[in-house]
Design a protein around this ligand. Structure first.
Ligand code: HEM
Ligand SMILES: *[C@@H]1O[C@H](CO)[C@@H](O)[C@H](O)[C@H]1NC(C)=O
Ligand SMILES: *[C@@H]1O[C@H](CO)[C@@H](O)[C@H](O)[C@H]1NC(C)=O
Length: 478
């Protein structure tokens, strides 16, 4: 440590200098414009930095505190570089849903929380043509494509787990399930056999983890330092280099076919094999986006959107199930699960919420999703794992479409709500149910020593299933 070579006084000065520089870099203008919104913790600007540090380690508890204190209201939480405004209550969520993009922008919020220009490169956000493809082509083709996904899931579980006889074996749940999700999803993104190529899977998984980690780190770093810090976090061009090796031959072959047979040549022989995300992207891409490099980056981006979300959701369900193996028998019939994510918006224009709260331009808004999903006003006994909570349609409160995994509403925002609600949720719901059904029908699952569900890991506002925790699996015995 360089400080070891300094005298005590020099060391003190060095620390003082570092602190001043850090403070100056993080210093946010007092933000008087948000003075009328009550804060969690200290309202005073200077003291709020104490809360900003607490936020790094205790974000979810701070949101819950605000949620309990300002029920159905709007409050703010200090972050190092800005205040984050948290919205709760049905009317306000409805307002976030229906306010148009040019006032409360979803894209700017994603740009910020994912730090898109650094993590996915500068061009992705200018042209989001993959989003309607995920919503339309992918969803429309599910009935045709799901049998192949199911086949891939069955093969992936068997290849990854390699269980012998009927003995229990240990698996790190997150590390085990991520390749299975990757392989199953890519059956529909790029088709077989590429979806099971170890190097192709590895690059997509690494990319997913890199984007998730780098965006979280970059959000903690003052804006001025981000370009510098990012050099140690991401390398989008190198990731494309590695992935394009696998995709370019396929892209070129398909292009050749397209030239030979025309785009919609009826009865085109290869057509059935080419009904996947890559082909839809190739059909829709315009101008610069048609290059193999840009198509490759798009495939990596869709993988990022699909893999970490689906894996986390699956592992949340899996840990519940492993903690309560008594449910496996009845659940061999049906299961559903939800997670905590966000529905962020960035105010491009000032707006006033139904309760009268004025939100100035430039404010970052978050909906308190986890607090909402564990609110006993919305869900009976919300902290108890009840796998049949939504299955029992005789229960008035979850009847009709409200209990569907894919229907968003003001009490269920795991996929967001409104125009920007996750376009991949129809695919995700089908894929996850296929995975869980296969797991439950084929394997027995439990936790070592019948322990309690391993505690979730909270990173800022993400509720991550314990990344180190293991589950025990064996081939089903009864
Ligand atoms: C359980 C799994 C998933 C969860 C929990 C999830 C959740 C979300 C959420 C919360 C949003 C933002 C919505 C908002 O803030 O209003 C979102 C957006 C998005 N998701 Fe998902 N997602 C999942 C799976 C997938 C899959 C499998 C795909 C692709 C096949 C996908 C593609 C996307 C895309 C492209 C967007 C951006 C939408 C836009 O720009 O308008 N997601 N997702
Ligand atoms: C997107 O975020 C970057 C910082 O990561 C910022 O420089 C840029 O201005 C943002 N763009 C928009 C449209 O918000
Ligand atoms: C990828 O697309 C962007 C515009 O979206 C363009 O500026 C860039 O040159 C393209 N890259 C390649 C390798 O074609």
């Amino acid at each position: 440590m360089i400080l070891d070579y300094l005298t005590e006084k020099q060391a003190f000065n060095a620390w003082a200098l570092i602190s001043v520089v850090l403070f100056a870099l993080y210093y946010r203008w007092p933000g008087r414009k948000l003075d009328h919104i009550p804060a969690v913790g200290y309202q005073s600007h200077i003291l709020s930095y104490i809360g900003a540090f607490e936020f790094l380690f205790n974000a979810q508890k701070m949101v819950q505190r605000g949620y309990d204190q300002y029920r159905n209201g709007i409050f703010k939480i200090p972050n190092l570089d800005r205040w984050r405004v948290v919205v709760t209550g049905k009317d306000a969520i409805e307002m976030v849903r229906k306010t148009p993009e040019d006032i409360l922008s979803f894209q700017d919020a994603v740009n910020e929380s994912l730090q898109v220009p650094f993590t996915l490169g500068p061009n992705i956000k200018d042209d989001l043509y993959h989003v309607p493809i995920v919503r339309n082509q992918l969803t429309r083709n599910l009935p045709v494509l799901l049998p192949a996904v199911r086949e891939e899931i069955i093969a992936a579980f068997s290849d990854v787990l390699r269980l012998k006889d009927n003995e229990w074996s240990n698996f790190k749940a997150m590390d085990t399930m991520m390749p299975i999700v990757c392989r199953a999803s890519n059956r529909i993104f790029v088709g077989a056999p590429l979806c099971r190529d170890p190097d192709y899977m590895d690059i997509n998984i690494k990319f997913t983890i890199t984007v998730a980690k780098a965006s979280a780190m970059l959000n903690l770093v003052p804006a001025l330092l981000r370009p510098f810090v990012n050099r140690f976090l991401t390398s989008v061009p190198a990731d494309i280099d590695r992935c394009i090796k696998h995709l370019e031959p396929i892209i070129e072959e398909r292009r050749k076919n397209m030239e030979e047979y025309g785009k919609d040549y009826p009865g085109k022989p290869v057509r059935m094999l080419e009904n996947d995300m890559l082909s839809w992207l190739m059909d829709e891409a315009k101008g610069d986006e048609t290059s193999s490099r840009n198509l490759t980056l798009r495939i990596l981006t869709v993988n990022f959107a699909a893999i970490h979300t689906s894996t986390m959701t699956f592992c949340h369900a899996l840990f519940h199930l492993a903690e309560h193996p008594e449910y496996i028998k009845p659940m061999r019939e049906e299961i559903e699960e939800i997670v905590a994510l966000m529905m962020d918006r960035f105010a491009r224009q000032p707006v006033t919420f139904p309760d009268g709260t004025y939100i100035p331009k430039g404010t970052h808004l978050t909906v308190a999703a986890h607090a909402l999903h564990t609110d006993d006003a919305a869900y009976e006994d919300p902290h108890t794992f009840d796998p049949f909570r939504f299955a029992d349609r005789t229960k008035q409160e979850y009847s009709g479409r409200k209990g569907d995994m894919i229907s968003t509403n003001t009490e269920f925002i795991a996929f967001g709500h409104g125009r920007h609600a996750c376009p991949g949720r129809f695919f995700a719901a089908n894929e996850l149910k296929l995975m869980l059904a296969h797991l439950v029908m084929t394997y027995d699952v439990k936790l070592e020593g019948n322990a309690e569900r391993p505690p979730n890991m909270w990173f800022i506002l993400s509720c991550i299933p314990n990344p180190k925790a293991e589950i025990l699996l064996r081939k089903r015995v009864d």
